[in-house]
Design a protein around this ligand. Structure first.
Ligand code: NAD
Ligand code: UDP
Ligand code: UDP
Length: 319
């Protein structure tokens, strides 16, 4: 395998102009690698990677992963896929195509190159979980015909493809199931709960809570997450995952709204809206496997991570 011959590798990051992808590009460059970032700018932006424009080891190509890609790399991180419910439900057929055709193309590429490949899977594979917290062994509770299915089932099918390429073609795969992650560079119009609440609070607009706000999520700060991608990639070939990555501290959405209002010093009210269909009632990662395998231990408390995210959104909204 080519990765054995060089410590500096040429790494492809699909979805590299997105929130997580751009932080991953930074981390890989910091680790001394060459980075090829491929993105179609569906939800990602040039702004996220503008600071890398003149970096001698960074290259960008505009590319949609639903089409084949012929490049020469040693390692692949597949992150291309809209992650916010608003965005992935905007064109659900394209969302499934991105996960499924995208996975086939990057896996075909990895197979030709014998390159190790990482998949950004998601806690959404557990759906509306009946087991809490969620261990990797839980098979999930997903509605296959609901409005979230394009994302959840697309990601589940991508996991199937990764494990079949692994078993059938001997590919070295690393499948990470990422739980809700937030931080600087989230798009102000991303629509996910943290960025939405912060933007609304900064603008003095009401914070929309779906339902009574008793549903829970566990929020991981981006700087706790990204180094774990690189560490997981370095684990032995016998460790394909899936591996839960997220912060195990759980909050209700109502708690989150109140914390954002307090941290921003906003006068925004809380407004209750109908709960979207199939919205998971609770979510918290069981991270024992990641602790044992890569020493994963998220350390940024929610209030600190939120303060850094508020700072970033304030600057980008010029407020
Ligand atoms: P994001 O929307 O900011 O980034 C996704 C990137 O993929 C964007 O740059 C977008 O333009 C690009 N993209 C979308 N469709 C594409 C296509 N067909 N071809 C090429 N590029 C395409 O979201 P994110 O939060 O950075 O998520 C990155 C990855 O991590 C996604 O695969 C997502 O499913 C996964 N993930 C994220 C979270 C989270 O909480 N942030 C949680 C679980 C999984
Ligand atoms: N592919 C790609 N780049 C490559 C090799 C393959 O994009 O360097 C795509 C191509 O679209 C192919 C898919 O990956 O159809 C799956 O490749 P694989 O070799 O598994 O199967 P094939 O369809 O070629 O039999
Ligand atoms: N949510 C909310 N108000 C918003 C955005 C989201 O109450 O403005 C809720 C949403 O219904 C869900 C939780 O917050 O229960 C997390 O939503 P998000 O879209 O961030 O992520 P996901 O549902 O994919 O975990």
């Amino acid at each position: 395998m080519r990765r054995d011959f060089a410590t500096t590798r040429r790494v492809l990051v699909t979805g590299g102009a997105g929130f997580l992808g751009s932080h991953l590009c930074d981390a890989l460059l910091d680790a001394g690698h060459d980075v090829l970032c491929a993105d179609n700018f569906f939800t990602g932006t040039r702004d996220n990677i503008v600071h890398l424009k003149d970096h001698p080891r960074f290259e960008f190509m505009r590319h949609d992963v639903t089409f084949p890609l012929y490049v020469e790399v040693d390692e692949i991180y597949n992150l291309a896929c809209p992650a916010s419910p608003i965005h992935y439900q905007h064109d659900p057929v394209q969302t499934t195509k991105t996960s499924v055709h995208g996975a086939i193309n990057v896996l075909g590429l990895a197979k030709r190159l014998r390159a190790r490949i990482f998949q950004a899977s998601t806690s959404e594979v557990y759906g509306d979980p009946t087991v809490h917290p969620q261990p990797e062994s839980y098979w999930g509770n997903v509605n296959p015909i609901g409005q979230r299915a394009c994302y959840d089932e697309g990601k589940r099918c991508a996991e199937t493809l990764f494990f079949d390429y692994h078993r059938q073609h001997g590919l070295e795969i690393k499948v990470a199931r990422i739980f809700n992650t937030y931080g600087p560079r989230m798009h102000p119009k991303d629509g996910r709960v943290i960025s939405n609440f912060i933007v609304r609070a900064l603008c003095g607009e009401p914070l929309p809570i779906h339902g009574d706000g008793s549903q829970t999520r566990s929020f991981c700060y981006v700087d706790d997450l990204i180094p774990a991608f690189l560490r997981f990639m370095e684990t032995p070939a016998e460790e394909p995952g899936p591996l839960n990555l997220g912060n195990p501290v759980e909050y209700t959405i109502l708690d989150l709204a109140e914390t954002v209002v307090r941290l921003t010093g906003s006068s925004s009210r809380i407004e209750h809206r109908p709960r979207p269909a199939d919205d998971p009632a609770q979510r918290r990662p069981e991270i024992g496997k990641a602790r044992a395998l890569i020493g994963f231990e998220p350390s940024v408390p929610l209030e600190e991570g939120l303060a850094r995210t508020v700072h970033d959104l304030r600057a980008r909204l010029r407020m």
